[in-house]
Design a protein around this ligand. Structure first.
Ligand code: SF4
Length: 304
């Protein structure tokens, strides 16, 4: 089958199965182009909560599909490639959260959305990179705060909110590769460009950027900016949408090495097979699902 035939078949099945296709901003261009909606973790969580489709096909990684299932337990949630995981999410498990809580009795635990359902079920509040500082400000000031699993996003939030926190020692290996030397080189090469970075990068590199933003925040910033050149310091998939939306602007990756292998697994034939064969169905059994929903609903309702 040609790509055009695969896209036609996907369209047909999407209608027949009352399915919505969601794609993360880091997915391959061919997947972003057929999705009903592309976005960052927060935008996709909201879409997953609001959709009245019967089937959600989540083109992203497992924790994202799990989050959709937690919010829409009656819907079928499909992850087209079962092995699409997240190295950062896998750096902590439920037992790890219980251990760090035991070491800090009375502390509240904030989890980045990049965590498994089992981890979320142990936590008090879920955040995304788009809303983390705003959410942390909702917490009662007299309680200690533990942030899991991303030490870099945690440090970024502590810097913005002025709130000391205890960090789990996890990170995203893709963003952790970014260095001050890469920033210096790109600044020399493109002195007029604005440097936009994701806060999963190391704090000393984030400090050198013009703005630290979620992927949704980067898209919004570029739309509103009069600037013509941007150095983009996040996963390389972001450039596809930026270039498609702004053919008059120039986007330079901070590094071409910022490639998340998990986000590149889903190709058009996988998406088609997922709709045809109903796979891979993501399940989050009760009562774990109900416990994991609590910190996510607090985030979506902006209420603690
Ligand atoms: S880019 Fe990093 S945080 Fe995002 S899915 Fe890949 S490993 Fe996980």
């Amino acid at each position: 089958m040609t790509d055009a035939q695969i896209r036609d078949r996907i369209d047909h099945l999407r209608r027949e199965r009352h399915a919505v296709i969601l794609a993360h901003n880091y997915e391959l261009g061919e997947i972003q182009d057929v999705a009903d909606f592309c976005g960052d973790s927060l935008e996709l969580s909201i879409r997953a909560a609001e959709t009245d489709a019967e089937v959600i096909v989540f083109c992203g990684v497992r924790f994202m599909a799990e989050t959709a299932k937690i919010l829409s337990p009656a819907k079928t949630v499909l992850l087209p490639v079962e092995s699409a995981g997240c190295d950062m999410a896998d750096m902590i498990d439920a037992e790890g959260v219980r251990r760090i809580k035991a070491a800090h009795p009375g502390a509240l635990v904030v989890c980045y959305v990049n965590s498994t359902a089992a981890v979320k079920a142990e936590c008090d509040l879920c955040v995304t990179s788009a809303n983390a500082p705003e959410m942390i400000r909702l917490l009662p000031p007299d309680r200690e705060v533990i942030f899991v699993p991303d030490r870099n996003l945690g440090a970024h939030c502590a810097g913005i909110t002025g709130r000391p926190m205890i960090f789990w020692d996890g990170c995203c290996p893709v963003h952790q590769r970014m260095t001050a030397a890469m920033v210096e080189r790109r600044r020399r090469e493109y002195p007029e460009a604005e440097l936009l970075i994701h806060p999963e990068a190391p704090p000393e590199v984030v400090a050198l950027a013009d703005y630290a933003l979620s992927t949704g925040g980067i898209l919004r910033h570029v739309r509103e900016s009069a600037k013509k050149e941007f150095i983009i310091a996040t996963e390389i998939g972001m450039l596809h949408r930026l270039e498609a939306e702004h053919p008059d602007k120039r986007f330079i990756p901070l590094t071409e090495q910022a490639v998340c292998p998990h986000m590149k697994l889903i190709r058009l034939p996988d998406l088609l097979r997922s709709l045809e064969e109903n796979r891979t169905v993501i399940e989050v059994p009760e009562p774990l699902r109900a416990r994991a929903e609590v910190p996510i609903r607090r985030m979506l309702n902006r209420k603690f």
